[in-house]
Design a protein around this ligand. Structure first.
Ligand code: FCB
Length: 445
């Protein structure tokens, strides 16, 4: 069961909710540029206004307090703090996050900041982006500046959100900013993201500062026992999970994944000493889980985010799906948590994202999102079972507090436990918000 100190929270990210993209000296990010590219985002949506959280944060924090949240995971927009990605601090940008953390603390809500949730300052992309080693150094410099400003009020830091997405959706498939399609660049980006994490951790770790990273992990199973299916599962597990977990928790890249990736690129970009830094960097690990993956071998090559694994296809597990088309299976979360416990050195774990988009209907008396309640209930049951099996799970953040800009899908998918009417910016807590508030009040299900 959940102990009394379990951190019950909700999560958001800067570009998805803040809006105010040209205010108080914020510079452009790769997502501003990408969103302005015709055809990149469904409906031509952009994050220019989003949920207008930049202006409405006091009301949003009051909403969180009303739900009884104990923690709030948000991200800082690097281009608000360093508009060009390096050099002096933009004080007005930093002050926004100072006010936000103070408001949270006043309400007894633990601020849980993520330093990077995909909004790279555009000038850094112009100089090579994550495929360039210099970006890792710049990230550590930025991390140190933020830590200096907020280190007296923040104890738990997350460096990166989902480096797999930054690297492979951003630089291999081009479905995310910056929209590049260069598999070798994506592999370099993955390493430099991990290096940036390691360097940032060195810069900010200390007695009162605990450092983590958030990974999007999944539970991968093969459709059958054919060698091609087993190999597909090994490769996808390698790319999605072990490529990140192994260097972070064991200090080395997995040999089989390196061999797969050598078909795409060499590893001259990995310097002596990098893995030592990456491998000594974690006080806790953030896990984002949405869906399991069922995979099969394929005889026709496909161009996918799984660089180095062309002969793989994602199969249909036959389960109900969310509005994103993601299969619903809370069992995958339990399997994943047990696997982390069995295969890796113990480190405190937090679910930093879990949730679902459904086609919500606004009725005269609210939003009755029973599907979302069922999804969250099932996944929290898996969390409770994992704890019962000795998994050191310390907290859970529902994705998301608010409906928001869902990247290349625009504003269509709604993940919030609070509905946002984008025309009026009116917030309406859905049934799931009330249900979650009750879970928190009781300390469990
Ligand atoms: C994760 C992202 C988050 C949100 C959810 C649905 O991959 O970290 O920003 O888009 O998916």
């Amino acid at each position: 069961m959940f102990d009394p100190g379990f951190l019950w929270g909700a999560a958001t990210s800067s570009y998805q909710i803040e809006g105010a993209v040209a205010e108080d000296g914020r510079g452009p990010s790769i997502w501003d540029t990408f969103a302005a590219t015709p055809g990149a985002i469904q409906g031509g949506d952009t994050g220019a206004v989003a949920a207008d959280h930049y202006h409405r944060f006091p009301g949003d924090v009051a909403l969180m307090a009303g739900l009884g949240l104990r923690g709030y995971r948000f991200s800082l927009a690097w281009p608000r703090i360093q508009p060009t990605g390096s050099g002096a601090v933009n004080q007005r940008g930093l002050d926004f996050y100072r006010r936000l953390t103070d408001t949270l603390l006043d309400q007894g809500i633990q601020p849980w900041p993520t330093l990077y949730h995909w909004d790279l300052p555009q000038p850094l992309e112009d100089r090579g982006g994550w495929p360039a080693r210099d970006t890792a150094e710049r990230f550590a410099e930025y991390a140190a500046l933020v830590h200096e400003a907020l280190g007296d009020r923040v104890t738990h830091w997350t460096t990166l959100n989902e480096p797999w997405c930054s690297a492979f959706l951003g630089y291999a498939t081009g479905r995310h900013a910056p929209g590049r399609r260069d598999p070798a660049a994506a592999v370099r980006a993955a390493h430099h993201l991990l290096l940036g994490h390691g360097l940032a951790a060195e810069a900010i770790r200390g007695d009162d500062s605990h450092v983590g990273i958030t990974l999007n992990l999944t539970h991968v199973t093969p459709v059958g026992t054919e060698p091609a299916d087993l190999d597909a599962a090994r490769r996808i597990d390698g790319m999605q999970n072990r490529l990140f977990l192994d260097p972070l928790l064991r200090g080395a890249y997995p040999d089989d994944v390196l061999a797969d990736l050598r078909e795409v690129t060499g590893f001259g970009h990995v310097h002596d000493g990098d893995l030592k830094r990456i491998g000594a960097s974690l006080d806790h690990l953030g896990v984002n889980y949405y869906a399991p993956m069922l995979v099969a071998g394929s005889s026709t090559p496909t161009q996918s985010a799984y660089v180095g694994s062309p002969l793989v296809r994602v199969a249909d597990g036959g389960r109900p799906r969310t509005a994103m088309g993601w299969e619903i299976d809370e069992r995958g979360l339990l399997e994943l948590l047990l696997r982390l416990k069995d295969d890796y050195p113990a480190v405190p774990l937090y679910i930093t994202e879990n949730g679902a988009a459904f086609d919500d209907v606004v009725e005269h008396d609210g939003v009755h999102d029973a599907h979302r309640v069922a999804y969250l209930d099932g996944h929290l049951r898996s969390c409770a079972q994992a704890i019962g099996h000795g998994v050191p799970l310390k907290g859970y953040f529902v994705w998301s507090l608010l409906d928001n800009f869902e990247w290349s899908f625009g504003y269509g998918p709604r993940f919030g436990i609070v509905h946002v009417d984008y025309a009026t910016q009116h917030r309406t807590p859905k049934d799931s918000a009330r249900w979650y508030a009750e879970v928190i009040r009781r300390g469990g299900l």
